[in-house]
Write a protein that binds this ligand. Structure first.
Ligand code: 1PR
Length: 549
């Protein structure tokens, strides 16, 4: 196999990139020292996390000058995400640290007054020349394709400026801001999105770069129907646990109870809905924008000893090229031999096996309690803080398992209440959302607003907002809960629990500002496919990404 050099300057979660490179027929050689850059023909600089951290690590390792020389020598160079940003003069994210300065512009933060930041999800990369007259594009980018982005900072697009300097530019639009999604000139290719997580469209871009296939003319059908902007993100969630015979299976509960309630197995065995790797692949091919695995009994087992789960991730990440999240048991833990293992090491193990994000449940509730006890002070030691610092915010999801507690009037509790349209059987029409831990088995004296605010301060990148009352009910999402949480924070929220028909997805996108929506049971029971949900959303005028074969 031909090779490409990959520069992993921090402990990045770049297994997906390696898988994607292998998938398009190339082998990876690691750049371990500056000397290796000199020997590289094709070089890829993936970027995770913080601009300042990335550039100062590269500087400290003596890589910056060899990279500059590589580029000046006209050898193929590709920068991904912060790797693209490194080409610029500098970034608002850390104004003390200079970039490579190849592009005389600065990276800026997205405006978060009217939208969630980070910008997470599938958006465009439309060559500015694919305007119906020239119809050109670079490195396999198609105006009708969508690509997976996750970032808080971007290069704003100023029409014509970079083009007049010989650059080809592809843009995306987030809210009112148009920014650079990808850029190319001569031997340089930069992508703000993650091609390795962008399904077939992303693999096409990587292949074109590695094969040196820079420019294409687009047929009219690839230009017509292009629509710039962020699509509605649909996530398939797989609750995984060991069944009574010791096999890891996909299961699904009603209000978190996963035991069979009817038939021969009533009250007994764990509901078995299929094999995790096969189901993940099925949902990927139906167009799921992300796949989440929740190891729902991890609080009983030591995740370090959880080799079957690691194997599932490894195998899934070889064929599923959309972001994979893994949750369950991400916390400081103790190995079977008694050794203490920090949460960061547990997360690293999952990242190395192919996860792109980890989802933290119970541990985030305890961390939030400590945060308030300490007078809203960060300790720097929590799982959220340590993982977010090492891998970037985008790698940390907080999974919340709240349930309703009804009261007569707001003064009856010190928690934040809402007036609900759905009173309980006692006629109480105020409620607050109580956080739970250990898969809903234990309630805590902290409400959902307190929790999400605390974890946002700690550096969580996204909230996976479940609702125990709604889980498995097929009755639609808890819109009141979602609105309440969205109003409290800036980071994106994934609405979860209660989806039963495609119309529930349209409803949650219509009536709340949720950033994504997740379904489980309705997909596992084959009542609807992800494709059907997306087709339905499209008929209702929502922008969605369809699977590209
Ligand atoms: O606490 O960090 O070890 O993480 C445990 C994780 O496992 C948490 O994310 C928690 O939500 C999850 N979990 C624990 N027990 C259960 C259970 O069902 N017994 N699953 C459980 C929660 C996930 C939901 C579900 C939606 C959609 N289920 O995201 O997928 O409610 O379902 P629906 O569309 O069928 O209504 P830690």
């Amino acid at each position: 196999m031909p090779t490409v050099h990959l520069l992993d300057y921090v402990a990045g979660n770049i297994r997906s990139l390696v898988n994607a490179i292998n998938q398009v027929g190339y082998d990876v050689e690691w750049v371990k020292c500056p000397e290796d850059v000199k020997n590289a023909d094709k070089l890829i600089l993936p970027g995770v996390g913080h601009f300042g951290h990335c550039l100062s690590q590269l500087d400290k390792g003596g890589f910056l000058e060899p990279i500059r020389q590589h580029i000046e020598a006209g050898k193929p160079f590709m920068g991904i995400c912060v790797g693209l940003q490194a080409l610029f003069q500098g970034s608002e994210e850390d104004s003390d640290v200079p970039g490579l300065g190849v592009i005389p512009m600065r990276i800026q933060k997205f405006n978060d007054t009217s939208k969630s930041v980070p910008h997470i999800g599938w958006n465009s990369a439309i060559d500015t020349r694919s305007d119906g007259t020239k119809n050109q594009s670079f490195y396999g980018l198609r105006p009708t394709s969508k690509y997976y982005y996750v970032h808080s900072y971007a290069a704003p697009y100023n029409p014509g400026v970079l083009e007049s300097d010989g650059w080809s530019v592809a843009t995306a639009t987030y809210g009112e801001e148009e920014f650079i999604g990808a850029i190319s000139r001569g031997n340089i290719f930069g992508a703000q999105f993650h091609p390795e997580k962008s399904g077939v469209a992303g693999l096409r871009a990587i292949r074109a770069f590695l094969n040196g296939d820079q420019f294409q003319s687009l047929s009219q059908d690839l230009v017509t129907g292009k629509e710039n902007g962020l699509t509605r993100r649909i996530i398939a969630c797989l609750d995984v646990r060991t069944n009574d015979s010791g096999d890891l299976v996909v299961t699904k509960g009603d209000q978190y109870d996963v035991r069979e309630k009817s038939g021969a197995d009533a009250g007994g065995s764990v509901r078995n809905l299929g094999k995790p790797v096969d189901m993940a692949k099925k949902y990927y091919e139906q167009g799921a924008d992300e796949v989440t695995f929740l190891n729902i009994t991890s609080f009983r087992n030591c995740p370090i000893a959880d080799t079957p789960m690691l194997e599932i991730l490894r195998r899934t990440s070889e064929t599923v090229f959309v972001p994979l999240t893994i949750g369950g048991g991400i916390k400081d833990t103790v190995d079977t031999d008694g050794t203490k293992v920090p949460a960061l090491d547990v997360a690293t193990m999952y990242f190395k096996s192919g996860a792109d994000k980890v989802s933290i449940g119970s541990d985030s509730v305890f961390a939030a309690e400590d945060y308030y006890h300490a007078g809203e002070k960060l300790s720097g030691q929590t799982a959220i803080e340590t993982i977010s610092k090492a891998y970037g915010k985008q790698a940390v999801v907080v999974s919340v398992d709240p349930k309703r507690v009804y009261v007569d009037k707001p003064e009856d509790t010190h928690h934040h209440t809402i007036k609900t349209q759905f009173p309980n059987t006692d006629g109480q029409n105020f409620c607050w959302y109580q956080c739970t831990v250990k898969g809903g088995r234990e309630t805590r004296d902290i409400d959902v607003r307190q929790l999400v605010r605390a974890v946002e301060a700690m550096g969580a990148g996204e909230i996976l907002l479940n609702c125990i009352d709604k889980d498995g009910s097929n009755s639609g999402f808890d819109l009141e809960l979602i609105k309440d949480v969205k109003a409290a924070i800036k980071i994106p929220v994934i609405a979860s629990s209660g989806a039963g028909v495609p119309a529930h997805f349209a409803e949650v996108f219509n009536k709340t500002t949720t950033d994504a929506a997740l379904g489980a049971g309705m997909f596992h029971r084959s009542e609807y496919t992800v494709t059907e949900v997306k087709d339905y959303l499209q008929t209702k005028g929502f922008l969605v990404r369809q699977f590209e074969a």
